[in-house]
Design a protein around this ligand. Structure first.
Ligand SMILES: Cc1cc2nc3c(=O)[nH]c(=O)nc-3n(C[C@H](O)[C@H](O)[C@H](O)COP(=O)(O)OP(=O)(O)OC[C@H]3O[C@@H](n4cnc5c(N)ncnc54)[C@H](O)[C@@H]3O)c2cc1C
Length: 445
């Protein structure tokens, strides 16, 4: 990467990896700091992951929930945005390795987030896509819509039912939201669009290894989510550990579920960047950091957001992998860097990170959600309204807010999902009237 030569070149260089919640908010908070900031991301957009399942289920389009990082930061003169994937870090020489060369830093902020975890069964990834990026969401949307197309053409009842069976693995917020949305598509959105199949017979099965749904929320809210999903017609299987995933079927011990559509919402691990640090990671591949979010032994390196394993300085509890925590961590690090630049020397000790827990929530379907805010529990329409507001306000730009509000109104009153386009090709083979649609080609069989 070429260095920018200007009068600011002598200023300390803050290199931020990742333009997600943590990295972006760190960069924005450094707007008035006497530092040069470089923000590198492998994508050119900031993604609002909490609404990603709505892209996967055709309610929203990708541009509704993603914004170019370059545009978001266009008015901030001390930031340079680069499209680049970090390969690793040379901690001793303070160098970040990119495919086109090394970049030196005075401060490094690692905010590269998390990725899916298949618990050592990486071969399941292609069979059961997870939901983390725009590409993941489009792959799921493609497979879901193609499943109905394939079922419409299928003469054999058992094969048709397998095509109309959707298994969602993982009963956290993403799994609950996906399962509810898939059932709504089958029972409300598309029944009138097909002639041969009855889409209301589509089965949505939510499989959770633990004894309850939404384990991060209080027990009564998990119970309420279970009741709501069951009322909507979702089959929920608790205490059910998925032991194998093969093309067209899922095993839960000796129990075999024929299902052509499998979606993975069961686990995450820190992004692969963590492995290049050479330190011991936690079992989820996250980087254990000191109370100020720095890498032990390297006060110039910070790890923030989903990639960090950090205990809250006030409660001793592990800080959860949620957007507010990532934002707060990014802002905390920016504050520390600003304080050090103002003092002109390293601060000893630095103030520890304190997480302000704003509660948690999950939406289940139309007029159905659960929320835990300020120690109070909400459910039903009220929780759904709160959920909607809470997910509109933090969208990064005004255009996205307007677009999402319009799509939601449209979807609410028409019961229709406007982004139902099948584009590209699924990674897995799907037999439709077009032939076998797969990977990069259409085979005429
Ligand atoms: C489907 C889904 C639903 C969610 N729902 C909620 C919710 O309702 N409420 C909530 O609070 N939280 C939710 N979360 C969690 C929340 O989105 C995360 O906690 C948050 O995004 C973490 O922010 P981050 O900045 O650490 O990582 P991310 O937002 O994941 O950003 C990481 C960035 O790093 C970039 N990157 C990764 N590797 C590299 C590399 N090698 N080089 C360069 N760039 C790289 C990525 O492209 C990305 O832009 C959800 C997450 C998902 C996946």
């Amino acid at each position: 990467m070429t260095e920018i030569k200007s009068e600011t070149s002598q200023m300390p260089h803050v290199l931020i990896i990742g333009g997600g919640f943590a990295g972006l908010h760190c960069a924005m908070k450094l707007a008035d700091a006497p530092v040069r900031v470089t923000l590198a991301d492998r994508h050119n957009y900031h993604l609002f992951q909490p609404l990603l399942y709505q892209v996967a289920t055709a309610v929203l389009s990708p541009a509704d929930i993603a914004a170019p990082i370059r545009r978001v930061l266009r008015h901030q003169q001390n930031v340079r945005v680069v499209l680049a994937r970090l390969l690793g870090v040379d901690l001793e020489n303070k160098l970040a390795r990119f495919p086109r060369g090394d970049v030196s830093y005075d401060y490094l902020v690692l905010a590269s987030g998390a990725t899916h975890s298949y618990f050592g069964k990486e071969e399941w990834a292609n069979l059961a896509p997870g939901l983390k990026t725009v590409d993941d969401a489009l792959e799921i949307r493609r497979r879901v819509l193609l499943a109905y197309e394939a079922a419409e053409w299928e003469a054999d009842p058992a094969a048709r039912q397998a095509k109309l069976t959707f298994v969602v693995v993982g009963g956290g917020p993403t799994g609950v939201e996906m399962a509810g949305a898939l059932k709504e598509i089958a029972s409300q959105t598309i029944p009138k669009d097909f002639r041969h199949i009855d889409t209301t017979t589509a089965q949505v099965i939510l499989v959770e290894a633990g004894p309850r749904l939404l384990a991060a929320l209080p027990e009564p809210l998990g119970q309420r989510a279970l009741k709501d999903l069951q009322q909507m017609g979702v089959q929920v299987r608790l205490n059910s550990l998925v032991t194998d995933v093969r093309e067209g079927e899922v095993s839960i011990g000796a129990d075999l579920l024929p299902a052509e559509n499998i979606i993975w919402a069961a686990g995450v691990r820190g992004s692969e960047v963590a492995e290049s640090l050479g330190c011991e990671l936690d079992p989820q591949g996250r980087v254990p950091v000191a109370a100020d979010l720095s890498l032990p032994g390297h006060p110039e390196v910070f790890v923030v957001g989903d990639l960090a394993h950090v205990e809250d300085a006030a409660t001793g509890q592990l800080v959860p992998g949620v957007a507010p925590a990532a934002i707060q961590m990014g802002q905390h690090v920016a504050k520390l860097i600003k304080q050090e630049r103002a003092a002109g020397k390293p601060l000893e000790p630095r103030s520890p990170f304190r997480y302000r827990d704003k509660g948690g929530m999950a939406t289940i379907g139309r007029n159905r959600a659960v929320a835990h805010i300020g120690g109070r529990h909400f459910s039903g329409f009220l929780a759904w309204t709160i959920w909607s507001l809470v997910h509109i306000i933090p969208l990064i730009d005004f255009r996205s807010k307007l677009s999402v509000i319009f799509s939601w109104f449209w979807s609410y009153f028409s019961l229709s999902k406007s982004a139902r386009l099948i584009t590209g090709r699924p990674k897995l083979k799907v037999k439709t009237a077009l032939g076998v649609v797969s990977g990069s080609e259409e085979q005429k069989r």
